[in-house]
Design a protein around this ligand. Structure first.
Ligand code: G3I
Length: 350
């Protein structure tokens, strides 16, 4: 009996031959979206659309885009309540031109509220009207292109003890989440509506609280369709954590979006962990197998939170001075790394 890796390698070689790409060990891969049974996405920032090396690789490999920050309140919402959508419109236009879908990210987040809402916080009725107006104004702009939306992002404390405090909860109470989902359903009945959070694989207590929130919303009749598990992970994540997390998340029967995958090679001390690329391959193999075990009807897709290492927020302005991180599937020259090979092999093995 051949070992599994040999079988996968053989399947991948065969697919490369079919896809017209010579397969060299840790060399070329077939276009990932061409061998994926579910949408594969990548995060995008507006300036990347002016980089031909970025646009060619992203359009070749992926079938969906998630705006990394320019569809969020921090960019879209002006102090007077008007919307600034030039950059998210440009991203949407690029997606349309390239036959790609969009995933809307994100409408309501504890981390961003803005002057417009701060000015209304003493008038709950006006606040709620503005809240629903904002959600519906942003969503209707991309109706028919945005397959789904992170309606509320990161609602649970990182230690899982409760919902996070935020302006939305201060003014509207815990119902702020159901209210956002209801406004979103009215805005675009065809969109898949998500709650999205991170460390669900790293922190079981947070996952338990997050899933209880989802169950409570469903019991109350809130229009929740899906769960986004961001999957920003470290190369030192314990084996099995991803598999257990995805099985738990999928147990609610909702759509599952692995929504922001990156695997940092920086350890806690800011230096690279030992043999990070080997650890990254192991984690990707676990992720691909665990996600492949989810019922096809629940697989909304998988999104990677940067195309190339240098595109990653982990190598952003705030991280200057640290060792360069290598969290993405493609290196700074756009070449597939072992993680990309592992994604391709995982897709080919299905
Ligand atoms: O590009 C501008 C630059 O022109 C300007 O000089 C500079 C200073 O204002 O800002 C730059 O934009 C920054 C942008 O990242 C691009 O680097 C924004 O200020 C900054 O807020 C933005 O940060 C994003 C962050 O979310 C907050 O929106 C990160 O790119 C993005 O990766 C991060 O993504 C989050 C997800 O939404 C939720 N899950 C966690 C994930 C990582 O934190």
């Amino acid at each position: 009996m051949y070992p599994r890796r040999t079988m996968i390698g053989g399947a991948l070689a065969a697919l490369c031959a079919v896809a017209g790409k010579a397969h060299a060990a840790y060399g070329d891969i077939p276009p990932l979206k061409s061998i994926a049974p579910y949408p594969l996405g990548v995060a995008v920032r507006r300036p990347q659309l002016d980089d031909p090396s970025w646009t060619a690789l992203a359009a070749q490999q992926f079938s969906r885009l998630t705006p990394e920050w320019e569809m969020k309140m921090e960019y879209v919402l002006r102090d007077d309540g008007s919307l600034q959508t030039d950059r998210s419109d440009a991203i949407a236009a690029f997606a349309r031109r390239n036959g790609m879908a969009l995933h809307g990210h994100t409408l309501i987040w504890y981390a961003q509220d803005g002057t417009h809402f701060q000015r209304l916080k003493s008038r709950p009725d006006a606040f709620l009207a503005a809240y629903a107006d904002y959600i519906q104004a942003v969503m209707t702009r991309y109706r028919g292109l945005a397959a789904g939306w992170d309606v509320v992002n990161e609602p649970v404390w990182n230690d899982g003890h409760d919902l996070r405090p935020c302006l939305w909860r201060d003014v509207l109470g815990d119902d702020y989440i159901a209210l956002a989902l209801t406004a979103a359903r009215q805005a675009d009945p065809g969109a898949v509506l998500f709650l999205n959070d991170y460390n669900l694989e790293l922190t079981p207590k947070k996952r338990v609280r997050f899933l209880r929130l989802c169950e409570d919303l469903l019991k109350a009749g809130a229009p929740l369709d899906g769960i986004g598990t961001q999957t920003h992970i470290g190369a030192d994540l314990l084996p099995g954590a991803i598999r257990v997390c995805l099985a738990d998340v999928a147990s609610l029967g909702l759509k599952v979006h692995v929504s922001e995958v990156d695997i940092t090679t920086r350890g806690d001390n800011g230096a690279n962990v030992a043999q990070p690329r080997i650890a990254q391959v192991r984690l990707i193999e676990e992720l691909m197998t665990a996600y492949g075990d989810i019922a096809p009807a629940q697989r909304y897709g998988m999104t990677f939170w940067a195309l190339r290492d240098r595109d990653s927020w982990l190598n952003g302005p705030k991280e200057r001075g640290l060792v360069p991180d290598e969290p993405a599937l493609f290196d700074n020259l756009g070449r597939p790394k072992p993680m990309a090979q592992a994604v391709a092999a995982g897709l080919a093995s299905r």
